[in-house]
Design a protein around this ligand. Sequence first.
Ligand code: F6P
Length: 363
Amino acid sequence: MRQNEPSYKRIGIMTSGGDCAGLNAVIRGAVLRAHGLGWSVIGIDEATHGLLKRPVAATELTPDSVKGILHQGGTILRTTNRGNPFAYPAADGSLSDRSGEIIEGYRQLGLDALIGVGGDGSLAILRRLAAQGGINLVGIPKTIDNDLGHTERAVGFSTAVVVATEAIDRLHVTAASHNRVMVLEVMGRDAGHIALTAGVAGGADVILIPEIPYRLDVICEKILARRDAGRNFSLVVIAESVKSADGEAQQYVDAHGQSRYGGIGRVIAEEIAERTGAETRVTVLGHVQRGGSPVPLDRILGLAFGVAAVDLIAEGRFDRMVAWQNRQVVDVPIADACAQYQAVDPDDTLVRTARGLGICLGD
Ligand code: F6P
């Protein structure tokens, strides 16, 4: 602790961006550690949206409030991945800067520091707010996409991989029963971590990720070779941001003007059906990957990150994000984590494993 700094603190915590499994473990870790130090913790509702409300939407979190939440999916604090404070959408579609109101809301809570749990987008926004408002910010990485830099794992990724692997296992048996090519489209935004990890774990025959450009003829050759070898079915796992053969990402703009991935599985399944004559079916796994009970690894990571974030505050070390490196919790500048997008390295050990197993990566 820095000299002359009071030992009692009042800290805030918010979960921001898309939810994932393990967020309640983070909250529990932070609350129990802070309580052990004799501090109080204020849970801010629905990320920065809670700070825009008057009165500010926030409640004190005690050890009692975090009882029995470790195994629960979602976040007891709720979250949002909409409404950038610096370009906040109004009902008439115009955008305005509401950062000042959010900072004022934060001040009304009388906090010494804030723990922000988020992915790259949320942490970058919180960092900007912190710089503008003089907020003592500590970050915790969470995202099923696992695309934040300088941390080997973010909370939520492991559970998403388990869900996707179980889906492949289930598709395996129905594919074999019907002599079909089953295509599974998984989330991951611009990184192929979920597709690659679950695809290898589930024994997929073809895995397509945005980091490795594919050729349709290579995929079809693999499926036909399996058929020639007496294997009557194939499993194809595709990351949502893979582009179609003509180089187009399958994106659409939703009713709120936000761009979303979705649909590449169907595009590629139809090409496979046309070129090989195989019967294909498509499953888009979607938000199932974000919900449900966190697997033990996400609980451990969440608890460890929650404790470590409070320890960073105790040490007066701000603008830093806790991270997982070499089986240890470390901390890195939030700016570095956000600046380095962690895509799959085409030389990664898992890519080499997949190739060694004869899995087709489309190239
Ligand atoms: O970033 C997490 C993620 O689940 C991505 O994998 C996916 O593309 C996106 O969020 C979906 O966002 P939303 O919840 O807004 O549909």
